[in-house]
Ligand binder design. Structure first.
Ligand SMILES: *[C@@H]1O[C@H](CO)[C@@H](O)[C@H](O)[C@H]1NC(C)=O
Ligand SMILES: *[C@@H]1O[C@H](CO)[C@@H](O)[C@H](O)[C@H]1NC(C)=O
Length: 378
């Protein structure tokens, strides 16, 4: 009997920007919901905040009435929020205080676990031009120590996960073998962010959540020692666009982009961006986006469109590209789960959520054990 009886994860981030829910029936397969974010700085020192997430754990649990044992977690940090982690990680006392605050927060909110979104220990974060990676290199060793202290404080029954980068340049800063072999001991799973694989620091076009680069990211973590059952593949419920420099009609992938961030300050130059399926499409992009949706190309790695008139490159997932990733990555590498950023970002059609539901059921959801196996199953 082909019973995949090991638990598989289906994780959704719920963001403060889009705290929106579909009818319960579309949430029946979800195993974990992660509320994003609480600020890392509220966990340092002997603070005694009231620990209020943007929405209560109870109210979220009620939305998932189809699965009473859905695990509700709280994410700390997120893009640009590194100061609290850095301050806490710097000393044994700081780490201990941070960990005790995480424990107090879980007790106060009745959450089932915590997701550590330090982007990233060792650098390459939003402030990488202000604080160089060499000034942050000590954080690489401090990161698993912080995780160890949090695990000691919250105990084995609470869940702890971490969001980790998908781009090779970011992975190599902190997520090497030495770090991951330690981190793995303390974490239940890793949300590997296999999206934003193109960002404004790049200078040639590529898919932002392409199949090949997603597999490369996953394989890097597996090679660096995390067990496949602790790895979750990430899905992005949003679209990315960016401006190119010249004509990309001959060579759409690997074509030179415009300069998208200030090389000195790291500031955004307005030549790239993203929006979720729930956001209003910016007026000035409407025409180009509609052209992209209607004329998209598929190169066996992802969907894209290059708008010759506006010189805009578009990159996004469709149900078809999402479906490719299950045999090509999730099943092939026997991953323990998937996750998406984020639930409300896919409102109100919830096309990508419904697609992920169906794919999860097909490839990952444990099949119910029949007590009396049917003849044809034997
Ligand atoms: C409900 O969530 C729990 C906890 O994550 C999971 O183990 C279980 O498989 C889920 N049940 C269903 C019916 O999806
Ligand atoms: C892109 O940047 C890299 C270094 O980061 C450089 O080696 C390469 O020549 C650049 N490519 C283009 C097309 O500008």
């Amino acid at each position: 009997m082909a019973c995949v009886c090991q638990a598989s994860r289906y994780v959704l981030y719920l963001t403060a920007q889009h705290p929106i829910f579909p009818p319960d029936a579309h949430l029946a397969d979800v195993t974990h919901v992660v509320l994003a974010f609480m600020k890392s700085s509220s966990f340092i020192g002997r603070s005694s905040p009231t620990w209020e997430p943007f929405t209560s754990v109870e109210s979220v649990r009620a939305k998932f009435s189809k699965n009473k044992s859905v695990q509700i977690m709280i994410a700390i940090g997120g893009w640009g929020d590194t100061n609290g982690f850095s301050a806490a990680a710097a000393s044994p006392m700081g780490r201990k205080a941070f960990a005790e605050n995480v424990k107090a927060m879980l007790d106060a909110t009745h959450a089932d676990g915590v997701d550590i979104d330090w982007e990233y220990p060792g650098g390459n974060g939003e402030d990488y031009k202000q604080i160089t990676n060499s000034e942050k290199s000590w954080e690489v060793e401090a990161y698993p120590k912080l995780l160890a202290e949090i695990r000691a404080a919250i105990g084995p029954d609470k869940i702890m996960s971490a969001a980790v980068p998908g781009k090779p340049v970011d992975i190599q800063v902190a997520f090497k073998k030495e770090t991951l072999s330690e981190a793995t001991k303390h974490l239940d799973f890793f949300n590997i962010m296999t999206y934003d694989l193109f960002n404004r620091r790049d200078n040639v076009t590529m898919h932002h959540t392409g199949i090949d680069n997603s597999l490369i990211a996953i394989d890097t973590y597996l090679m660096n020692g995390i067990p496949p059952e602790k790895a979750n593949l990430g899905f992005a419920f949003y679209v990315k666009w960016y401006r190119t420099d010249g004509d990309c009609s001959r060579k759409p992938i690997g074509c030179k982009t415009a300069l998208m961030e200030d090389p000195k300050t790291g500031k955004d130059l307005g030549e790239s961006g993203s929006f979720s399926w729930h956001d209003k499409v910016p007026e000035e992009l409407k025409k180009s986006f509609h052209a992209a949706l209607n004329n998209r190309e598929w190169d066996n790695d992802g969907n894209y469109y290059w708008d010759a008139e506006e010189r805009i490159f578009w990159s996004w997932d469709t149900p078809a590209s999402m479906a490719e990733k299950f045999p090509a990555i999730v099943k092939r590498r026997k991953l323990g789960g998937v996750f998406a950023w984020g639930l409300g970002e896919d409102a109100g059609a919830y096309l990508h959520l419904k697609t992920l539901n169906a794919l999860f059921r097909k490839y990952l959801k444990p099949k119910p054990k029949s007590i009396k196996p049917q003849k044809d199953e034997l």
